[in-house]
Design a protein around this ligand. Structure first.
Ligand code: HPA
Length: 285
């Protein structure tokens, strides 16, 4: 399969973070390696005529959870989702809790990001063939997708905290207690290692993108020793995939207002010179 074979098929995209390595309905998906100018991306495509024919699922850390946060090929992943026809994408993130109102086991539709990552390939517009482009990122997540998932969550038995700030650290080590104290003072509610540069790349390429953070621990120093509670995530996992699906399918039919259009500015398709350069990179990539 090549990108050009699939790009015209509209799809919805799901990025599974820690603990969400595979859709439960694995039989309805086929694994595929997608070539991109930035390297290969491994995705699971819903099989044609199956119930998930419109879905492309991507496991951020790999199906065996062996790709650390700083080694995830974010550019290849986001490029592949776009090239495969995904325009709306939801992502899950395992996080640690900084704020009291999101204890472990809690889930949050994050609406802001503070980026403390470094050394990651974080843009498509690095001054090469695609040139220079300063993408707006005041609101890093799609309002339409966030609104939709917040509305639908109770139907899936999920009590989503409707907003909150995610601070992204480089990892793979956890933070020091002093770092977490500082992040709390800066206004962060949860801490994770993967929302950046994923969210920025999604915006650069014109995806509507939003994410749900699921807390699996109190962050370093908040309540004694840092203890991961993956069972908390296990309890939510089974409800997350159907909620993501329902949200993405519902938003696809919603009326798009001006804000949506800004989120969908899709530099890669609307600026001919960028589209041409991207196509050339795919051919030679
Ligand atoms: N810090 C950073 N990333 C994380 C944490 C944390 O405490 N828990 C889960 N992902």
């Amino acid at each position: 399969m090549t990108i050009s074979d699939t790009a015209s098929t509209p799809r919805i995209g799901i990025i599974g973070g820690t603990g969400v390595e595979m859709p439960d309905e694995g039989d309805h998906f086929a694994e595929s390696l997608v070539p991109t100018p930035f390297g290969e991306a491994r995705v699971f495509l819903g099989v044609p005529d199956g119930p998930f024919a419109d879905v492309v699922f991507l496991s951020r850390h790999g199906a065996n959870h062996d790709i650390p946060p700083h080694k995830v090929n974010y550019r290849a992943n986001i490029f592949a989702l776009h090239a495969l026809g995904a325009r709306d994408v939801l992502a899950s993130f395992a996080v640690g809790s900084i704020a009291e109102h999101i204890p472990p086991g809690g889930a949050m539709a994050i609406d802001q990001i503070i980026d403390f990552t470094y050394g990651r390939e974080h843009t498509f517009f690095d001054g090469g063939e695609l040139g220079l482009f300063h993408v707006p990122f005041t609101e890093p997540f799609s309002r339409a997708l966030r609104g939709q998932i917040i509305d639908l969550a109770p139907r899936f038995g999920l009590n989503l905290i409707p907003s909150g700030t995610y601070v992204c650290c480089n990892g793979p080590r956890f933070e020091t207690a002093a770092e977490i104290r500082m992040f709390g003072q800066l206004g962060a509610d949860v801490v994770g290692m993967t929302a950046m540069p994923e969210a920025a790349l999604a915006r650069e390429i014109g995806l509507r993108y939003a994410g749900v953070a699921i807390s699996v621990n109190w962050a370093a120093g908040v309540r004694g020793a840092l203890v991961l509670d993956m069972a908390a995530l296990e309890g939510i996992r089974g409800r997350l995939f159907p909620l993501f699906l329902e949200t993405l399918r519902a938003v696809g039919t919603s009326v798009h207002n001006e804000e949506d259009l800004i989120e969908r500015h899709d530099a890669f398709s609307t600026r001919p010179e960028i589209a041409t350069a991207a196509a050339r990179q795919v051919r030679h990539g």
